[in-house]
Design a protein around this ligand. Sequence first.
Ligand code: G6P
Ligand code: ZN
Length: 543
Amino acid sequence: MHIQVIATQPFTDQKPGTSGLRKKVRVFQQLHYLQNFVQSIFNTLEIPENATLTLGGDGRFYNKEAIQIIIKMAAANGFASVLVGQHGILSTPAASNVIRKYHTFGGIILSASHNPGGPEDDFGIKYNISNGGPAPEKITDRIFATSKTITEYRIAEIPEVNLSKLGTTVHDGFSVTVIDPVRDYADLMQSMFDFSAIKRWLATGHRLKFDAMHAVTGPYAREIFVHRLGAPADSLMNCDVSENFGGGHPDPNLTYAAELVKIAYGAQAPDFSAASDGDGDRNMILGQHFFVTPSDSLALIAANARLIPAYAQGLSGVARSMPTSGAVDRVAARLGIACYETPTGWKFFGNLMDAGRVALCGEESFGTGSDHVREKDGLWAVLCWLNLLAATGESVESLVRKHWQSYGRNVYSRHDYENVPAAQANAVIAHVKAQASQLPGQVFGAYTVKTVDDFSYTDPVDGSVSTGQGLRILFACGSRVVIRLSGTGTEGATIRVYLEAFTEDAAQQQLDAQDALAELIAVSHQISLLPQLTGRQQPTVIT
Ligand code: G6P
Ligand code: ZN
């Protein structure tokens, strides 16, 4: 095999964010840009003999070109083989499963998750380690450091791989196997959930609507819901993968999944509606005219996990990211199991799961998952809900309302201010930080500030410390306001304000979250001066 060593110059902006390196497609299309980053990943790893790389992406624009480049670079950098999803497709959880099931050395996933795709939009790349999870910070920091000093990259002169044809091709001992991206994942799901019960539930007149948002879960949903569970084909919408996600924003929330929301709130609303994002790791759950916040979804799955075959023996523990509501904490307390609070980012759950300390994890950002893989998993969350609906015979809304009656309700909402100039966003953060020592004890209407801090986390497994993970304003009554800047955007800054108030009062529990939180929202503005400092009166997205 002939290997070319190409001279290159470092780029200064290849710092991986919350979940890999995400940039505009045209940034990735710059000469050597992708190659530099891939070589930086490979230089950081100690690649053993016979190592296999898992490779796939969410099918967005530039996916196929990037895959051909990465295969050639894997060959040149000592990998013995690559497992690549057919047509270059692997959802993020499916890639995690392939890494684990076939014990591959690691994986590269090409995705910018829920960000729009197309020539003018986003592309992304991230490295996952052998446990199937995102590389921890100590690796991503080394990748970034390498990217700043890189002088050359290695690429093999081998023919392009036919990504549409399943099977193995070999060049000078280096093999590439094009695998069915769906089968292994669908088998895993079938082994975890009570498919017979869900089948019966669907066969007895219950209706499901799943929106793949033109993104990667389309083929997975077709196999699982239609072929294996017998749902009618019209249970699926937007299930053909398109390079620009049909021109949409493949983020399953009330704003961007508007088409599905309209159906779920319409006259013919199905019993259950759900959507997933660009790369298949996020989920949104809806009942008839009813939205389930991701934080409540996590708590409810935890409370009822024993109804799901995979968790029939109970959960070892649970974890949530810091901005996620404390609803799951209450469930953990009642079950007598451990509950961990981690920084935002799925990678922080990896050690806890590997150590067997937690089985179920979730984030307010529409991510829920368990230790079956090391990524959050959109379709898995949908199947959890279908399994619970089938096992209990309840509706989505009644399950949630009964949960609130039993545990109390952590009324919750997140307000996002997108595309804010970085200087203004930093000013908001700085303004809150500057008052941190004076705020405790101050009274704002019904709210008395108890503490203000910048969240920091010490990983209980490896002792690593992550600081500066978000400002927390905790009130004496147990309510909180959290303010942090998004780590996943590609344009300007996104300020996220997370609002949470706990109530055991049944009447309060019936209120719309925005109404119940109105005073807390006003207090958050008073303390942060966000409207004054950014000129924004309304959030861009409310979830
Ligand atoms: C990605 C990560 C999540 C994280 C989310 C929000 O989806 O995988 O773990 O919660 O981004 O991140 P952000 O920094 O934008 O709030
Ligand atoms: Zn995603």
